[in-house]
Write a protein of this length. Structure first.
Length: 108
């Protein structure tokens, strides 16, 4: 067998590569659409902030500090993700239906 024939058999065809490119584009579009649809709402951020503060300090939870912090937070949507701030500090970030409350920074 000549090397040219061997190459023709082992290299992917243009059609195979085109199918792979289309499949990749479809998957990327689906993930992006899901990110837009699952972007957490302001209420989801606020609920998660309340829960996190109550878990970190039961006294703060009992006094409603979590609710106050959640009430004063500002929601910032980015399309595929979102975040909330309080006094110019990022308090929570969210994407794909999940919200994560950040640990407060220790001032020095």
């Amino acid at each position: 067998m000549r090397p040219a024939q061997l190459e023709r058999r082992t290299l992917p065809t243009d059609r195979t590569m085109a199918k792979a490119a289309v499949a990749s584009a479809i998957v990327a579009a689906a993930v992006t659409a899901a990110a837009f649809l699952l972007n957490p709402s302001p209420e989801q951020h606020r609920d998660k902030i309340k829960e996190a503060i109550a878990e970190r300090s039961p006294l703060a939870g009992a006094l409603g500090i979590g609710a106050l912090t959640a009430f004063t937070s500002t929601y910032h949507p980015l399309g595929i993700a979102s975040y909330t701030t309080v006094n110019a500090r990022t308090v929570s970030i969210g994407a794909l239906g999940m919200v994560f409350v950040l640990q407060p920074e220790q001032d020095q």
